[in-house]
Design a protein around this ligand. Structure first.
Ligand SMILES: *[C@@H]1O[C@H](CO)[C@@H](O)[C@H](O)[C@H]1NC(C)=O
Ligand SMILES: *[C@@H]1O[C@H](CO)[C@@H](O)[C@H](O)[C@H]1NC(C)=O
Ligand SMILES: *[C@@H]1O[C@H](CO)[C@@H](O)[C@H](O)[C@H]1NC(C)=O
Ligand SMILES: *[C@@H]1O[C@H](CO)[C@@H](O)[C@H](O)[C@H]1NC(C)=O
Ligand SMILES: *[C@@H]1O[C@H](CO)[C@@H](O)[C@H](O)[C@H]1NC(C)=O
Ligand SMILES: *[C@@H]1O[C@H](CO)[C@@H](O)[C@H](O)[C@H]1NC(C)=O
Ligand SMILES: *[C@@H]1O[C@H](CO)[C@@H](O)[C@H](O)[C@H]1NC(C)=O
Length: 582
């Protein structure tokens, strides 16, 4: 490398106070995952980050650095292609496995990955971090299979500086857990944020060029033309839930409409709201909220046609015979989907159907698949979503692990006739009061992203606590920076309307700290208005957030102005927008 290039490189990285090596590792890792996480492989994939803080991550040095956790036996084995890996067998309890002690530093995120196999059938295997005092913090899980290696990805957020045991868990102790190419890579919050910002620049903005020419002079460039650019609408859907209180308060209406262009009604469209008594449908509230939204240019995600949790059926539904339930449900789906056909951008068709199975238990195991099919026939335009909690926010809930989510998604959308439906992955994001585990959230989004199906955070909230606003900001940045996330709806709002978990405004509509975060991000994720001049060739280039824009160009000869509109999208990168003046 010529000396001057080398110097630039060194200066750039030493100036940013962030290790260039680690930053690059994150980028290549993301691309790599897209391929690797989709399959179960004959040989384990590579070790990420060279193993990070893990000693002997590839077992090339026998069992050095590793120990038995609990009871059982660990042994190194060699595959016929000479790959060395580790086996835990003769296990007595779920957490009996191979383990290594590592030191976690408070405030850092640790990205975890390992390649896992079991000796028979298939089995959920999790990684667990045992903190000194005996607390077990889950870090992610995978359904491992016999005969091929699956990538277990996850992570942990270190609440305190302490030594932890990294170990593996599976309920069925008769199965051997096979492990290879383990990695645990620490990132400071600063490094994490640096990566988010880089990614936002790449996935939410496009570099574009303007060229201004004279219409009457055969495309002659207008040198030094003055123009003003204003972003009129954001390209990324960042919205907020709303409830019936919006109909009774102009303060709430103004609060909402001045900020958001996307919404989900928290309860107003649910079956228990529109048909509380059998046969007496009442859409008064939902209709009025749809009208308010339409009048204010707010797009609506429909929520929900059915909810698979037995607790949240209308009371009269809970006691129906399967045959009567089938009829009542048929009437419900026809009624609500037809009523709002053409008015919604999405439907949560059968809410929470990984956690629950009310309709499957009563009507057969294809019940959800059939309702997605029916909804699509009644209104083919909205994206049809699965919608679950705990998938990104709690790694201890194996039912909704990203692997199981992908499996359910595939079941529903490969059901005969469902292949053409626009599918959506809804992850609710009901975060608790502790430090959100962004390492786990990112690894989950990466795994879900391998489906190619758009991901939305559909009900984002953060429990009250001293750091609520900070945690909300961290989660919002993480979601916005991920290329597969195509929308965020918060279940939050003004205290006036009862949004007490994540209140964005107090009872007098003054911002809470969380509300300030939201307003600041709305502003930050929008290109600021700017004025500029074309160069001698009539050109100007810049990088702009995706969205709709207005450009007002002043003719230097006459001082007359004219305004045009244009839209910047993901596909606009490198594009030149041509404008002509008189
Ligand atoms: C292998 O592990 C032993 C300890 O068990 C250690 O002394 C040795 O340096 C290690 N060798 C390599 C190449 O890491
Ligand atoms: C546990 O695994 C063993 C070995 O693969 C298998 O024979 C057994 O059926 C499994 N038990 C359960 C409850 O799944
Ligand atoms: C329908 O709901 C609205 C709003 O809650 C209520 O005012 C109205 O009385 C209801 N209509 C009937 C027929 O129950
Ligand atoms: C569910 O659907 C699949 C695919 O069409 C079919 O093979 C299976 O028999 C159905 N199962 C039930 C219980 O209806
Ligand atoms: C971090 O704190 C949260 C809640 O405060 C807790 O659930 C989690 O187990 C802790 N994680 C670790 C690794 O200590
Ligand atoms: C929110 O708090 C207010 C005031 O304390 C209370 O009246 C209201 O019932 C609460 N709403 C919910 C949904 O908990
Ligand atoms: C255009 O406006 C500028 C500044 O307001 C002024 O200096 C200039 O003379 C004007 N040109 C014409 C052609 O009116």
């Amino acid at each position: 490398m010529p000396l001057f290039l080398w110097l630039t490189f060194v200066l750039f990285y030493s100036g940013s106070a962030i290790s260039g090596q680690i930053t690059q590792a994150v980028f290549s890792d993301v691309q790599y995952d897209a391929l690797a996480t989709t399959q179960c492989l004959a040989e384990p994939g590579r070790t990420m980050y060279g193993g990070g803080v893990i000693v002997n991550p590839e077992f090339s040095n026998g069992t050095a650095g590793w120990a038995v956790f609990g009871k059982g036996v660990i042994e190194g084995r060699v595959s016929h292609s000479k790959n060395r890996f580790m086996v835990a067998r003769n296990r007595k309890r779920p957490m009996d496995s191979v383990s290594q002690k590592v030191r976690l530093e408070k405030g850092k995120f640790y990205a975890f990955s390992a390649w896992i196999q079991v000796n028979e059938g298939s089995e959920t295997v999790s990684v667990v971090f045992r903190v000194g005092d005996g607390e077990f913090a889950p870090g992610g899980s995978i359904v491992a299979e016999q005969g091929c290696w699956s990538l277990l990805k996850g992570g942990v957020a270190a609440n305190s500086s302490s030594t932890v045991d990294v170990l593996f868990k599976s309920k069925n102790t008769s199965k051997e857990i096979w492990v290879d190419n383990v990695a645990l890579q620490p990132f400071s919050k600063k490094q994490w944020r640096f990566h988010q910002d880089k990614s936002i620049e790449k996935v939410r903005k496009s570099r574009v060029r303007f060229q201004i020419t004279y219409a009457k002079k055969r495309g002659l460039a207008v040198r030094g033309a003055k123009f003003l650019v204003k972003q009129t609408k954001p390209g990324f859907p960042f919205g907020c839930g709303m409830n019936f209180h919006i109909l009774e308060s102009t303060d709430y209406q103004n609060w909402f409409a001045s900020r958001f262009r996307y919404t989900t009604f928290t309860n107003a469209m649910k079956w228990y709201s529109t048909e509380a008594k059998q046969g007496q449908e009442n859409y008064t509230t939902a209709d009025a909220m749809v009208k308010f939204s339409q009048d204010n240019g707010i797009s609506i995600r429909g929520h929900n046609v059915f909810w698979d949790d037995p607790k949240y059926q209308p009371d009269w539904v809970k006691t129906l015979s399967p045959e009567d339930l089938r009829k009542a449900a048929e009437k419900r789906i026809n009624s609500v989907v037809s009523r709002y056909a053409g008015k919604l951008i999405a439907w949560d068709v059968v809410n929470e159907n990984l956690h629950f199975s009310f309709f499957e238990d009563n009507l057969g195991k294809n019940a959800s698949s059939i309702y997605y099919s029916t909804a699509y026939k009644l209104d083919p335009t909205p994206r049809m979503f699965l919608n679950e909690y705990n998938t990104i926010e709690y790694c201890g809930d194996e039912k909704v692990s990203p692997g199981n989510y992908k499996k359910r998604l595939k079941e529903i959308f490969s059901y005969p006739g469902n292949e053409d439906i626009l599918a959506g992955i809804g992850v609710q994001g009901n975060f608790g009061r502790g430090q959100p585990n962004l390492a786990y959230m990112r690894s989950t989004l990466e795994i879900l992203a391998t489906t190619g199906v758009p991901i939305w955070l559909t009900e984002l909230s953060v429990h009250p606590g001293v750091n609520q606003a900070q945690y909300l900001e961290e989660i919002l940045r993480e979601a916005f920076s991920h290329p597969a996330v195509e929308g965020i709806i918060m279940f939050a709002g003004p205290a006036y309307a009862g949004f007490n978990v994540t209140a964005l405004a107090d009872i007098s509509f003054n911002n809470t700290p969380a509300g300030d975060i939201v307003d600041n991000l709305i502003e930050e994720w929008k290109s600021p208005d700017f004025e500029a001049h074309t160069n001698d060739g009539g050109f100007f280039s810049t990088s702009l957030f995706h969205g709709e824009y207005e450009i007002t160009i002043t003719n230097p000869a006459t001082n007359c102005s004219s305004t045009s509109r244009f839209e910047v999208t993901r596909d606009s990168s490198g594009r030149t927008f041509h404008f002509q003046i008189g």
